[in-house]
Design a protein. Sequence first.
Lengths: 241, 417
Amino acid sequence: MPLFENKKMKTTNWLIALTAAFASVQVASAADVVGKVTVAGTPSPEKVLPMDPTCGKLHPGEKPTTTFFVVGPNKELADVFVHITKGLEGKTFPAPASSAKLDQVGCIYVPYVVGAQTGQTIEVHNSDPALHNVHPTPTVAGNKEANKAQLPKSPALKFSWDKPEVFLRFKCDVHPWMFAYVGLVDHPYYAVTGKDGTFKIANLPDGNYTLEAYHRKGGQVTKDITVKGGNVTVNFEIQAK
Amino acid sequence: MSAVKQSQKLHWFVIMTAVATLGLIGLGGLVTSHQAGMAVPDWPTTYGYNMFFFPVSQWVGGVFYEHTHRLYAAFIGLLTSIMAGWLWLRGTEGRVRWAGMLTILVLVMALGHRGSGQSSGGASVIPFHFKVLAFVMPVLLVFGIVQCIRHRAAQHWLGLTAFFAVIFQGLLGGLRVALYKDEVGIFHAALAQCFLLLLSTTALLTSRWWVNFKTAKEVPSRRLLQASGLICVAIVVQLILGASMRHQHAGLAVPDFPLAYGKVWPATDEAALFEYNHSESRLDYRDFKPITASHIYLHMAHRAGALLIWLAIMALAVSYVRSLGWKASFSKAAITWAGLISLQAVLGAFTIWTNKAADIATLHVVLGAVTLIFGSITSLCGFRCRMVSVNVNPLASAKTQVASGVKAPDEADLVTQ
């Protein structure tokens, strides 16, 4: 083989190796934080919702109840807002183009807890044959209260706020049992546990963080975590109150 | 102008307006008890409709309470407008008459224009002329009150002041919704009670008894009448405290009675508040705001006020019986007042024991209004008797009494004929 071609191949190989190394460094600089939230103790029984006849007709079987504690067979706790509270200082994150969604189904907000980022659009749909009013009641200064009518099957209403607030409440004054809560943070590193109690926060860059699991009635539990070179598993236990 | 002749038809119309207003206070109480105050996001429209044409099929849930409250309020506005015009026509003449009638007409027409069909809350959807009226009406109301005082509660000024008050009250209700302000709701509730008091006073002053009264068979002492007046003022303060409590949206700040969290005075430190907010009774579908120390202080102030007023009225009733005897009308009225306030205390206890059941809480609001009106009207009757008995105009100043050569009433406790 000619000397020139040999040198060229060596350079190419070095370049390939260097690129692979660089790429592997990029992949290793972010990881997922996964885990499960369980409940300790026994929550108080849920209360049956006093639905009016219009909404009651939408639930011909078992009557819906409050959902203060949604607990699985193995104590898995749903509707826990898990998010980073420390470690992202000085960083800014653009609001996603996609919307967070709430729907009103059977005169109940679905989902009960949802996460969103400041500046992100929160869409509220009405899939019910009944009218609702959509009444977000933020408490953080700078987040403005609103109250809009929403007739059946009408277009989605859109809201967004600029200040972080956990939990920003949505309510319906026509149906006083209807509530939903938005965990509004200024970054994309959050999740809401499902019925199996699990959560996943994807692509968190390497670093030291404080992770908080916040349940509306159970309260908050925080843990310090370090993300370095691989996924992190963090479990929480929240006391039923 | 010569003295206005008494009209029974007018008198009964005013009574009807006052009784209807009591019903409106009940409806307003139901709105708050069912937390439906924001169920209709827009004002003065209803879900984008002219409120008088909102389909009955949509009167559901919280909309039913809020919308019927608004419709009934419009009806009360109509009754008050008729009453004010009637009183003004009877009590005035010449340019003053037509100026007053024009004012009433212009304001009624201004309120008749209800604005565009937007269906969201916020100050931006309030029609411009309503915003103007929101500043003008308090000024007119104060003007009316001053004229009532200057003209010694002349009926036509009472009527016009009631007209200004009912418009302002309607604006307050709308602004509470449009501006998301609970504080406005508290003022709205308090003004409702004062408006009812004004109508009841007008009903009394247009009665045959008041107009033709010449001889007092029983005359309560000045001290007893002053005590009655002070108790009425205390009841107004108590009503304002109650309205403030109801508009906190924190549920029952103290869930037990007669104790408070098992004590005479509850703890209000952070640890105690944490326990209160995480007790099972707070797991309510209504999702109340967390209890704070301020909520507890407000609640306890209302309880303390209730106890003081109850004791004061009991003492008053005993004093009346001792001074005038059981059979005297004023003694019977005082005993009735004592019965009313006792019933009100029982309703207050049941409001707590039923975890603020909407019907009980609303009845408590209505009976509070009745207690205020009953005490105020009987006090006014007592003052009328006393003043007539010494041949003094009841609303003249002391200076006028001295200047006209009339002897001021002495300090004797009892004059019975």
